[in-house]
Design a binder for this molecule. Structure first.
Ligand code: BG6
Length: 364
């Protein structure tokens, strides 16, 4: 049942802290506080490259994974949506790592990409929520997201669980490749272990998010902005809004806005920006100032440290707990999903069963 929540999506949004915690319990040894992976039939220290592929929200989780694996583990990563990866047929040396991400483990495009990678002697590691799925059977190794069943068609908790697994995989890969020393690992693990409590605090911002939703619900088009690992968070926010509220939304890398979409900006196109106080804060802020100068209405997700500097230009602001830069994309995902949910409620759509969408798409 929905346990008193209005929709499964609302219930599942509230499960974020629990699901992140459960997934960490699976991946981190409580005694040593080290990430522990199952036995792998390949060596993370020597894989020449990773190729990430997935569809929908799972693809955006993969984009965050790319930032982490490249920056922290110095592993070259290629990424594409599954329906393109397969036909692009990128040149890959045997022994590369195929990283497939899927809640259901049944998505036809992702499964087809998995099979075509396998044919090229690529090792297959899948991040899956359904552990007895077709993709699980056809992978060399599976890392499970411990999100439990997700009923709402629009993914919520499975996405943060995917990010949690990818964060742990990044730590293990970085250790194997010698780019993260024990002190560095301790710091990143501590940031992850801190997340469930910080994630629970996001729900204190419910009123601010509902206020933002009243502005978004009036719009026909919405622009989402973020930089670095916050760019895929913006993409996830835009996808969620499209899926359940039927409002057109587009996500742009904040720095790319001036190369095109800036011409769209006026009072009728609200801009939702995800801007925690990471090293990319100043650059993103100056992009927002450009938007503001052109009459844009700024709706900003930031943290306690960024709040003062953002409040001067933002029409609405949601202040989230300050967390380690590494885990900021996980925390910042929760309020953008909540925003989409509140907008859909205001619009009166069928939140859990949006038109034309299915939970698991088994056709290519
Ligand atoms: C879709 C759903 O079509 O499939 C998305 O609408 C989902 O929400 C995508 O992210 C991928 O599904 P899965 O099961 O492979 O993660």
């Amino acid at each position: 049942g929905k346990d008193g929540y209005r929709h499964y999506m609302e219930k599942e949004l509230h499960e974020h802290p629990l699901v992140i915690g459960q997934t960490l319990q699976r991946m981190i040894d409580p005694a040593t506080r080290k990430v522990v992976l199952p036995d792998l039939p390949f060596d993370l220290a020597t894989v020449p490259r990773a190729v990430i592929t997935a569809c929908g929200s799972a693809f955006y989780a993969g984009m965050v994974g790319r930032y982490w694996l490249e920056e922290i583990a110095r592993l070259p990563v290629d990424i594409d949506v599954a329906s393109e990866m397969r036909y692009r047929d990128p040149p890959l040396s045997a022994g590369s790592l195929g990283l497939l991400i899927s809640q259901s483990g049944e998505t036809a495009d992702t499964l087809a990409a998995l099979r075509s990678l396998r044919e090229k002697a690529i090792h297959i590691l899948s991040v899956l929520n359904v552990e007895h799925s077709t993709m699980a059977r056809e992978s060399d190794v599976m890392l499970g997201t411990v999100a439990g069943p997700e009923i709402s068609v629009a993914s919520t908790k499975a996405f943060t669980a995917q990010l949690t697994v990818l964060a742990c995989l990044t730590i293990a890969t970085a250790r194997a490749r010698g780019t993260l020393d024990p002190i560095g690992e301790e710091e990143l693990v501590a940031a992850l272990m801190d997340l469930p409590s910080r994630a629970a605090e996001v729900f204190n911002q419910g009123n601010a998010i509902r206020q933002m939703a009243t502005i978004v619900a009036e719009a026909r088009d919405v622009l989402y902005l973020g930089r670095g690992s916050m760019f895929p968070v913006a993409m996830e926010g835009a996808l969620k809004l499209k899926e359940i509220s039927y409002i057109h939304a587009e996500a742009y890398a904040a720095g790319e806005m001036k190369h095109g979409p800036i011409s769209l900006i006026d009072r009728t196109v609200p801009i939702v920006a995800s801007v925690p106080s990471t090293p990319l804060f100043d650059k993103t802020l100056s992009n927002l100032q450009e938007a503001k100068a052109r009459g844009g209405r700024l709706l900003v997700f930031t943290d306690t440290q960024g709040a003062d500097r953002v409040s001067a230009i933002a029409e609405q602001i949601v202040v989230l707990p300050r967390v380690h830069d590494f885990v900021a994309p996980i925390l910042q995902t929760i309020p953008v999903q909540m925003l989409a949910y509140e907008v859909a409620v205001l619009k009166g759509t069928d939140v859990d069963q949006p038109r034309n969408l299915a939970k698991s798409v088994t056709v290519e």
